[in-house]
Design a protein around this ligand. Structure first.
Ligand code: NAD
Length: 340
């Protein structure tokens, strides 16, 4: 990749802070500007490994701030965007949807407008120096709604978002799509399944299970624990994003998933099993702490991905198997929570 400056939004979040060190390492020619508002979900400690890298710069700010975004584009001569920034927690979107519409919809629109004005001329042709400029939108499989016991989501699955979170992500996907069809902006979108791994916020399922287990508290599992998710190790998502950004076809969507379907109760049991093995308790198993709690409103039953397109077109495949990825993840959080 020739010398380029990539604007990464939301780089202090879970996936972004795993992606940036990997991406800088993978492409020695590129520079990264990380624009992050540092909401409760952002954590700069997760980027310590790159903070002295000359090809990395952090800017604290809001993707909805159009004048800030425009000035970042011009002052840094931004050639590409990889857009992670979002409000991302479904439960929070049920309690307070407004921030989701603001950041996920208006924020994406603001970035698209800045990219269009910076990279395209009046006739929507590329300005000199921006011929290969690309806008990569990071999205979720939740836009496809909920599956029954069988079937998979793929790139042709009709959108059917069920939560304010997934509806806001679906809206942003459509805006991105429209900039390709209307203006010819070079966009790609990837829709990924549930990620797990280091650096995820405490509020999410896997960190919550580990944290509550270690604290000797009840491990809360929604409803009957039968809701199924398709889990992907975050580093495998990062390599998929890199493949789509680098080699994906303009205007295309790629779904990414690990083919690791587990329901929530079996995730909790697996984690408890790992903890029983690493930190055995004197008085029984960690599984005794599992407690079923009132279900999430509108809780989607099952998500599962058919990732044939990214595998066959771009040669991507996940490197981590679920059991070893989960064990590494548990080790990372033990280290984190036992330091506190
Ligand atoms: P996260 O909540 O951990 O991080 C989001 C980051 O965005 C935070 O650093 C936050 O400070 C920043 N941010 C929020 N609002 C902002 C704003 N207005 N301006 C600038 N920065 C802002 O999220 P994540 O889990 O890392 O997810 C990243 C992206 O990947 C999201 O778009 C999400 O929809 C998508 N995704 C996540 C998963 C998953 O399992 N975590 C799966 C598929 C897709």
């Amino acid at each position: 990749m020739s010398s380029r400056t990539i604007l990464i939004t939301g780089g202090a979040g879970f996936i972004g802070s795993n992606f940036i060190p990997f991406f800088l390492d993978e492409h020695q020619e590129i520079s990264v500007v990380n624009l992050d508002k540092l909401t409760y979900a952002g954590n700069l400690n997760h980027l310590i490994e790159v903070e002295n890298n000359k090809r990395y710069k952090f800017i604290k700010g809001d993707i909805c701030d159009a004048s800030l975004v425009r000035s970042i584009f011009s002052e840094n001569r931004i050639t590409d965007v990889i857009h992670f920034a979002a409000e991302s927690h479904v439960d929070n979107s049920i309690a307070g949807p407004e921030a989701f519409i603001q950041t996920n919809v208006n924020g994406t629109f603001t970035l698209l407008e800045a990219a269009r004005k910076s990279w395209l001329d009046e006739g929507n042709g590329a300005k000199t120096g921006f011929e290969t400029s690309r806008f990569h939108h990071i999205s979720t499989d939740e836009v496809y709604g909920s599956l029954g016991e069988s079937g998979f989501f793929d790139e042709n699955t009709p959108y059917a978002p069920n939560s304010p979170y997934s509806a806001s992500k679906a809206s942003s996907d459509f805006l991105v799509r429209s900039y390709y069809h209307t203006y010819g902006l070079n966009v790609v979108t990837s829709n990924c399944s549930n990620n797990y791994g280091p650096k995820q916020h405490d509020e999410k399922l896997i960190p919550t299970i580990i944290r509550k287990a270690l604290a000797g508290e009840e491990i809360p599992i929604y409803g009957d624990g039968k809701n199924v998710r398709d889990w992907l190790y975050v580093q495998d998502h990062c390599s998929g994003i890199n493949d789509v950004f680098t080699n994906g076809r303009a205007g295309e969507t790629y779904v990414i998933g690990g083919n690791n379907e587990y329901n929530n109760i079996s995730i909790a049991q697996k984690i408890c099993g790992i903890l029983d093995d690493i930190l055995p308790k004197k008085n029984g198993s960690f599984t005794n702490q599992i407690a079923f709690v009132k279900d999430r409103l509108g809780h989607d039953f099952r998500y599962a991905i058919d990732a044939t397109k990214i595998k066959t077109e771009l040669g991507w495949k996940p490197q981590s198997d679920f059991d070893s990825g989960l064990r590494d993840t548990v080790m990372w959080y033990i280290n984190k929570y036992q330091k506190v």
